[in-house]
Design a protein around this ligand. Structure first.
Ligand code: PAF
Length: 280
């Protein structure tokens, strides 16, 4: 595996091979490993698999965990090697944000009025800014993102389409612990008691998908009640059912939908979602 830290080195890396990018913020866990292996299978033996690790300051709001976000460079490198990475791109903040007139890239506001959008103003603009920069530098044919951040995936697909970027965006399934908790770098912030209650996110979302009431409100109420009952240490930031493509709130589940939630446990903000099929 080659490690590259400077933008100009990655820019000059022409290979003629299919290039697959897996962007991450590091603190890699088993979920990332599956994402990287997915990237490897898309690149094939002949293609080039690039993993980027960059804790992107512009996607963190004031008071969020940018400074304390876990950084585990040695472990990340070993995981990248084990998962078949060809190139690890690890730029510095100065390298990525050096231009004096950095206008950034805005997320399409049609997709950010629900779920994490209102909770984290500017977050998706920061994500689009850094992903646009990574795409410009690396010029991938394919880029892989986790479905745990479903709204992020939708926003990035839309950005690529709006800007006519020649890159195929692939969503990779969420990887879970045995008890259903979605794997996340932020799970390490949980105390033992919070960790014991955290699987309720997925349990409540599964309850929503198995409940066949047409009306979203009834399903949401049952899920909220479950979280309040089983996770007194958690505080629900949102629990919504949206159209899977447009991210607009759905009153009735009459088309492919997504139930998604964010629950704050102390300093850990956990998110999760589940795809639901329409009630016919
Ligand atoms: O999902 C993440 O880890 C980040 O939001 C991403 C896509 C790497 C951009 O910083």
């Amino acid at each position: 595996m080659t490690i590259i830290e400077h933008a100009e080195e990655i820019e000059h890396l022409s290979s003629g091979k299919t290039r697959v990018l897996v962007p991450t913020m590091g603190a890699l866990h088993h979920g990332h490993e599956r994402l990287i292996r997915h990237g490897r299978s898309l690149a094939g033996k002949a293609g080039q698999l690039i993993v980027s690790i960059f804790v992107n300051p512009t996607q963190f709001g004031p008071g969020e965990d940018f400074e304390t976000y876990p950084r585990t460079p040695a472990e990340d490198r070993s995981l990248c090697i084990a998962a078949g990475t060809d190139i690890l791109f690890q730029p510095t903040v100065e390298e990525m944000y050096s231009a004096e007139q950095d206008l950034g890239t805005n997320a399409d506001t049609k997709l950010t009025g629900t779920l994490c959008g209102p909770d984290r103003p500017g977050h998706f603009d920061g994500v689009c800014t850094v992903v646009n920069k990574l795409f410009s530098l690396i010029q991938p044919d394919i880029a892989v993102f986790g479905k745990k951040d479903y709204q992020q995936l939708a926003v990035i697909k839309q950005m690529a389409s709006n800007l006519k970027m020649p890159v195929k965006i692939i969503g990779s399934e969420t990887i879970r612990e045995k008890d259903g908790l979605a794997m996340s770098s932020r799970n390490r912030y949980l105390s033992a008691q919070q960790r014991a209650q955290a699987p309720v996110l997925y349990k409540a979302l599964k309850g929503i998908s198995e409940n066949n009431n047409l009306e979203s409100a009834a399903r949401i109420k049952a899920a909220r009640d479950m979280i309040a009952r089983e996770a007194p240490l958690g505080k629900i930031s949102y629990l919504q059912i949206v159209d899977r493509e447009t991210m607009q709130e759905l009153m009735e589940i009459d088309r492919p939908a997504l139930a998604a939630t964010a629950v704050q446990f102390g300093t850990a903000r956990l998110i999760d979602n589940i795809e639901i099929d329409p009630v016919i």
